[in-house]
Design a protein around this ligand. Structure first.
Ligand SMILES: *Cc1c(COP(=O)(O)O)cnc(C)c1O
Length: 442
């Protein structure tokens, strides 16, 4: 199936090109020409299927034309070798815990899926053509992170032949746990510690994609949710959630609430809806970065500088996947607002919500999930059944969560393991000339 750019000025791409390029030449995001509906029989039987089986059905509809089905099945089964539990927090409100992957982030699924898919395409190509002399072999993934994306991408791509990952992160601005998750791995993962803030890291990555010399020297791609292979697999979660509610007879008037930053995760859920997933409506929960919320109210999309919050993975002032959502509904504001509502919360409201939920239900929310839970508490209508995505393990934000709920949050074994490793990183200034010189010498 072919992909077009949301800016409508670039040539169409195959899935392989869309994954390898990340972004279209006109800086637009790739969209598939067609979103296939899944057959009714699939939804009738979904409650009897495993997470892997459900995901394989969904993946086949997206990628089945372009990837060998046996290979696709291996990729899906390898990606989803973990559980995704659903917890009843209170009447008709369920937490869908997306954080049981290798780095305890929901981004693990997309990162691992993308790594395996890229590897599949590279293998298919090798033998067909050898890289020109003087060019660095394989694909190089550049990723700027304020914490969570770096760990998911680094671990998803760890040990994958033919791919090298460069994680750019702001020196001293990510938590020790997060830093250990991408600086202790070695192998094909290089951590680059930038003397600057997150925006500097992101600017370096953007400049690298636009630099002619660098692109001639090495094949560069992005593993942020602009990449179709990174964001689409997140749709698996929402089919699985529906299956779990169907199992207990609560699938009617199904509402999905997603704490959102760059809007990749909710966009994947909306793709699921286009494929026939029976969802009544969606809620996008924001922290104080309220650009999408304001768009819903006014019909105007006005990006602005992000503000720092305690739900920092959602501190985004110009959500990239807005372009995909807009495209999905052909820019029809009333169609968008009839399907999606919004919410925006201050740090104080987030903290108050975490505290109240823990005291009343015993459930520990992380600051991101707290936005989702609160939006449901405020907006759920009688008769509706809802899940909110709990996007990170609360231990990832240990100090913040403990000081708010007044109880200890245990660090899971898997997270503790990372902290035993030795930090390896390359220091670099925030000047593009320095970063470019480093990559040209690679
Ligand atoms: C990335 C992230 C989000 C936001 O997801 P988007 O796809 O960018 O909207 C929310 N919570 C956590 C914990 C995240 O890591």
């Amino acid at each position: 199936m072919n992909y077009y750019s949301t800016n409508h000025k670039a040539a169409d791409a195959t899935l392989e090109q869309a994954v390898v390029n990340g972004l279209a030449e006109d800086r637009g995001l790739y969209m598939p020409y067609e979103i296939k509906k899944l057959p009714q029989a699939f939804f009738d039987n979904i409650d009897k299927m495993s997470f892997q089986e459900i995901a394989y059905n969904v993946a086949s509809a997206f990628f089945g034309e372009d990837v060998d089905l046996d290979a696709l099945q291996d990729i899906v089964y390898d990606t989803l070798a973990f559980d995704c539990p659903i917890n009843k927090v209170e009447e008709d409100i369920y937490s869908l815990e997306l954080f049981h992957g290798p780095t305890l982030a929901f981004k693990d699924v997309g990162a691992r899926f993308m790594a395996r898919l890229l590897q599949y395409f590279i293998k298919k190509q090798s033998g067909l053509n050898t890289p020109p002399v003087g060019e660095k072999e394989g694909v190089n993934v550049l990723v700027a992170t304020s914490g969570d994306t770096g760990s998911a991408v680094a671990n998803g791509f760890l040990g994958v032949d033919g791919i090298h990952v460069y994680v750019l992160y702001p020196k001293g601005k990510v938590s020790k746990i997060q830093e250990s998750q991408f600086t202790t791995l070695g192998q094909n993962i290089t951590a680059v510690e930038i003397d600057g803030v997150f925006d500097d890291c992101q600017a370096l990555v953007k400049s690298a994609f636009m630099d002619k010399d660098l692109n001639e020297h090495m094949k560069l791609t992005s593993a942020n949710s602009i990449n179709v292979a990174r964001f689409l697999p997140q749709a698996f979660y929402y089919f699985y959630a529906y299956a779990q509610l169907k199992k207990i007879g609560k699938e009617k008037d199904f509402v999905i609430c997603v704490p959102s930053g760059n809007f990749g995760n909710i966009c994947a859920a909306l793709f699921g809806h286009q494929m026939g997933l029976p969802v009544k409506r969606f809620i996008a929960a924001n922290n104080a970065n309220d650009i999408f919320y304001n768009y819903l109210q006014t019909g105007k999309y006005e990006p602005k500088a992000s503000v720092q919050t305690i739900a920092n993975a959602m501190d985004v002032g110009d959500p990239s996947n807005f372009a995909r959502i807009y495209e999905l509904y052909k820019g029809d504001h009333s169609q968008i607002t009839s399907l999606i509502s919004g919410a925006t919360y201050t740090n104080e409201q987030i903290a108050e919500t975490m505290k109240q939920c823990f005291a009343e239900t015993g459930y520990t929310l992380d600051p991101h999930g707290a936005c989702g839970y609160r939006a449901l508490k405020e907006q759920l209508q009688p008769g509706e059944h809802a899940v909110f995505a709990e996007t990170a393990h609360p231990a990832k934000f240990k100090e913040t969560v403990e000081s708010i709920i007044g109880a200890e949050v245990a660090i899971p074994e898997r997270l503790a393991e990372f902290m035993k490793g030795t930090k390896q990183s390359i220091e670099c200034s925030k000047n593009f000339a320095d970063f470019k010189a480093f990559l040209m010498a690679e």
